[in-house]
Design a protein around this ligand. Structure first.
Ligand SMILES: Cc1cc2nc3c(=O)[nH]c(=O)nc-3n(C[C@H](O)[C@H](O)[C@H](O)COP(=O)(O)O)c2cc1C
Length: 225
């Protein structure tokens, strides 16, 4: 009964480029006091290895996740990890008290599988469950350019109630470093989930304001033109 009140966000990491987006989302959820249930697709092991040098292992997920997030293992007490092949995992059922799911980054394969209800692995199964339970589902797709079939699948996801959120950083928030641009996308993912954060400077109706706060730059010059 002690865990009955735990209501996690499920974070599904699929094998698209953009693993820093996932790391930023997980860090921000934990900072906001949210519990996280993590699913890493088989293909995502390749992207994590490629982009971080970390071999993500089911048996040592806590150690590997701590290395990936750049945090202490002790900071991961609110994280539960479910192997991608485990269809008996908690979030596989609608009766599991998940708040919703954030797929970040989402491959075109995951987009297709979720749109068509394939449930080919735990990530896709939990996304289907999230939709059927009418819980928030945010799909942070990462691919460019997009082919016609993916565009159709994205429209289908939107029709089913998912938030389609391309991994597409905005520059109006004054970000210039890779970390700031990554955090912008992660912040928009948390916005879609209604989770508070301070990952980027919000637009306040004043041209160039964010750039000036960040120390000047294009926006500051544009205002004087
Ligand atoms: C290094 C690397 C980068 C990839 N980047 C992307 C990507 O940005 N977008 C995408 O849709 N697929 C990408 N792929 C291909 C997917 O990993 C592949 O389609 C896989 O089947 C997706 O499986 P999943 O949806 O179960 O994770 C990439 C693969 C590798 C190895």
């Amino acid at each position: 009964m002690g865990t009955a009140k735990r209501q996690p966000w499920v974070v599904g990491v699929s094998g698209a480029s953009g693993t820093p987006y996932a790391a930023s989302v997980i860090r921000a959820l934990l900072s906001a006091g949210e519990a996280v249930d993590l699913i890493v697709s088989r293909a995502a092991r390749l992207t994590i290895l490629d982009e971080t040098g970390i071999s993500f292992r089911d048996a040592h997920w806590r150690t590997d996740l701590a290395a990936w997030l750049g945090t202490e293992e002790a900071a991961l007490d609110d994280v539960r990890y479910w192997p991608a092949g485990d269809f008996a995992a908690g979030p596989s059922s609608g009766s599991y008290p998940a708040k919703g799911m954030l797929v970040v980054p989402a491959t075109t394969g995951a987009v297709a599988g979720i749109a068509l209800g394939l449930s080919k692995d735990l990530l896709q199964r939990v996304a289907s469950v999230t939709l059927k339970e009418r819980r928030p589902l945010v799909v942070c797709v990462r691919e460019t350019p997009l082919n016609g079939v993916t565009l159709k699948h994205l429209v289908e996801l939107d029709a089913q109630g998912a938030v389609v959120l391309p991994a597409s950083p905005g520059f109006y928030a004054g970000g210039s470093t890779v970390r700031e641009l990554v955090d912008f996308v992660a912040g928009r993912v948390l916005d879609a989930a209604r989770v508070p954060h301070s990952l980027y400077l919000r637009w306040e109706g004043e041209l160039g304001a964010a750039a000036r706060k960040a120390g000047g730059g294009e926006g500051a010059r544009a205002e004087g033109e």
